[in-house]
Each structure stands twice: as structure tokens, then as C-alpha cells.
Design a protein. Sequence first.
Length: 280
Amino acid sequence: MKTTIPDALKQDLPATKWGKTLSATPVFMTVVATLLAGLASSEMTRGQYDRALGAQLQSKAGDQWSYFQAKKMRGAMQRNSLELLQAIGDIHFLSQPELQKIAPLPTLTLAPLVEEAIKAVETLQTEEEIATILQQVEDAVLVTSLKAAKENVQAYDAACAPLAQTLDQLEKALPGGDKAAARDLTATRMRLNSARYDAEAKLNQSIANVYELQVRKANASAERHRRRSSKFFFGMLAAQAAVVTATLALAAQKRSFLWSIAAAAGVAAIVFAAYVYVKV
């Protein structure tokens, strides 16, 4: 947008600072309107980016919840099968010390605010309450929490690997035709697998919880940018109104009233834009 003042109108302006200010007002407010239009567009673009990011994170969270459900179901199936096996015959679990229990679940230490936000989600607090907590959590903190949760999964897989190898070796060493020994090994495997799947489900739940926080934070950021874009747009309209009014003031015989309107609209646009930029 480019605003120029006809030479005929310039000649009517008084050769004073007030006249120079009046002549520069349309140009200045055009610049303000252009800047506000750019800010509105920028905020809308950032809001769209955050929406897309939230959708991607929601997909990843959904994958983790699917893993969580699959692990829980596998654990339940192992327990049900073990109970059925015990019901049809005597079971003697293998007595090797390394087969008495699975590896302990790694401890996941999260920032206090992250734990508070997860608890708020689990206890079904309102979106406003959850958003208030997440506003205090830096994105880097969530990234670090997610990395720690994934490292716990890898560490637990590594800790359970020797147990699986031991069971495989025992299965290969079973004498052929010894159904009782095979049944005892199967029962031992089922008991350990049931506990391992339950532990892995908790690890997947921890990852999903952090993803859920990232989703909510991204959506809250997108909504904030949308609001800012809308308000910057209104500020741009006010600045454009100031441009039109100031131009009319130059062309009218009674310029004082129109100039006052233009000045008020321009000041209001600038103040409103500054407020949105800093506070919203």
C-alpha cells in the first residue's frame, strides 16, 4: 500500500511543524497498517504451524497409548494362560535365581511442574487449569522429559534381554519328551512375561503422558497466536481508518475535527498493537 499527497493539497498546508505532521500522517499510518498486517499474517502462520505440530504429536501419543494397551493385553493373556495351565496340572516354577523376578522398573524423574501437569490430566482437571500449569513449563523441559522416558524403555529392554536369553537356552536344553519340564518352563516364561509386559506398559504410559502434554501445549500456543492475529488485524483496520481520515482531513476545509479523529484512531491502533504484542 502506497499513499501520496497531491501537490495541490500540500500547498494548502501551513508551513509549520503542525502542517508537516499533518502531511506525514497518512504515510506514517500506512506504514503502521502494513506492519500490523504483517504481524497478523505472521501470528496466523505460527498458529497453523503449532496446530500441525500438535496433530503430529497427537499421532505419536496415540501410538504410545496403543503400545500401552497392547502390553496390558499381552500381560493379561499371559496370566490367563498361566491360570489355565495351573488348573489342568501341577506346576513347578523353575528355581534358578535369575528366573525368580524380572528386572526392576527404571525410575523416571520428571520436573515438578511436569508431574503436576500429568496429574492434572489424569484427574480430569479443566483445560484452563492444565494450560495454566503448562504455561510455566518450557518446551525444552518437555523434550528432556520425553528423552528420559524413551531412555528408560531402552534401558529396561537391555535389562530384560539376559532373562529372555536364559529362557531360550533352557528351552533348547530340554530333553525331548519331558512334558512336565516343558510345562514348568512354559509356566515360568508366562509368569515372567506377564510381569514384564505390565512393566513395559507403564513405560509406554510415561512416554504417552509427556506427548499428551506437548500436544496440549502446542494447541494452547496455536490458540494464543490465533487470538493475537485477530487483534493485530483489528489494529490494522484502525490504522487504515486513520489513513483514510487523515487523507480526508487534508482535502476538507474543516480539518481540525477530522484530524482529531485520525489522530485518535492512529494512537489507538498503535497502543492496541503494543498491548497485544506484549500482553496477549
